[in-house]
Design a protein. Structure first.
Length: 322
């Protein structure tokens, strides 16, 4: 037989064998694989379980962007931002309006800016029961409306396992304001904050009354006691030191950005419950886990910070008008 005829015959035999294999190959595939169908509902439930997990799964980090103020678009659920994370509702508490005496007549060092005492009229408003948590803030990031907090400071809660129910910190005043708008809310004015922290303008030294703060009431450093806030924040509402309206952590855990621009006294402060507007330092209230003595968690204690700075001991809570 000629050489070319041998090659032609070989090609025919190979082709025939291949066709026979294709026609019969499915018979060798196990039934459980050949008939398997991807269950989309089951996959969705697994993603939901991960997102609503027990605190062991870190919050997903959206990719960084070079342009200033850019929001990471690392949506968990694909191209539709609404699919990525469940809604994290705010628990609102209504604070009935009234008049109160704001500030202090104390001559104690560190309280100079909280003078003079002045009358403020507060309209009824709503305040969030808790400081904004990592899980709540994450909803805004995943949906593309907020930028990520810092992660490079020791006390930052963002992206750390088990911190979903802890207050979000290491974020600027502007970031807090952006989240408030995302929730159709706002930051409280300083006078609203103090009114709420004193149980509706009562003569309370601390949110729970006049008993001196201890680890039983508040998350604070308290001379280095390790189970009292020494190592950082704790989940919101971890301590029973609440106001009469059941607001949590109005002292300790994290200090809170409020709306007002800081002034070094209350001279000329609004008497209608509004905020001091303008530019410059912003007011912080409430003390934090780093407070080393009772004076730093008093309801009349004021602090201030650079609005662009992201402090490890500062977070925020929301308010809204009625």
């Amino acid at each position: 037989m000629n050489s070319w005829k041998k090659y032609a015959l070989g090609a025919v035999l190979v082709t025939a064998a291949g066709l026979a294999y294709v026609n019969n190959s499915h018979r060798n595939i196990p039934t459980d694989l050949r008939d398997a169908v991807i269950d989309g509902a089951a996959l969705d439930s697994r993603f939901a379980a991960t997102e609503q997990g027990n605190g062991t799964v870190p919050i997903p980090k959206a990719p960084a962007h070079a342009e200033t103020g850019a929001v990471g678009k690392g949506y968990i659920g694909g191209s539709d931002p609404s699919l990525g994370v469940p809604e994290r509702p705010v628990e609102w508490v209504t604070i009935p309006g009234g008049k109160f005496m704001m500030g202090t007549d104390s001559v104690e060092k560190g309280f100079e800016s909280a003078r003079p005492i002045h009358t403020v009229t507060i309209k009824t408003f709503d305040m969030a029961r808790t400081e904004v948590t990592v899980a709540q803030y994450n909803e805004c990031v995943v949906k593309g409306k907020c930028t990520e907090p810092d992660t490079n400071k020791h006390y930052c809660n963002w992206l750390k396992a088990g911190r979903q129910d802890s207050p979000v910190n290491c974020l600027s005043w502007k970031q807090a304001d952006e989240y408030a708008k995302f929730k159709d809310a706002r930051l409280p004015s300083e006078s609203e904050w103090e009114y709420a922290a004193t149980g509706g303008g009562k003569n309370h030294k601390y949110p729970w009354g006049n008993d001196e703060p201890t680890c039983d009431y508040v998350i604070m450093r308290n001379d280095g006691v390790r189970d009292c806030g020494y190592d950082g924040t704790m989940p919101v509402c971890s301590r029973p030191g609440k106001t009469e309206q059941r607001l949590c952590d109005m002292a300790g855990n994290v200090a809170e950005w409020v709306r007002d621009v800081y002034r070094d006294s209350y001279e000329g402060a609004p008497g209608d419950g509004g905020a001091v507007e303008g530019s410059g330092l912003r007011v912080m209230r409430g003390g934090s886990f780093r407070a080393e003595s009772a004076r730093y968690v008093r309801a009349d204690k004021r602090g201030s910070g650079v609005p662009e700075e992201r402090y490890g001991n500062v977070g925020f809570r929301l308010a809204r008008s009625r």
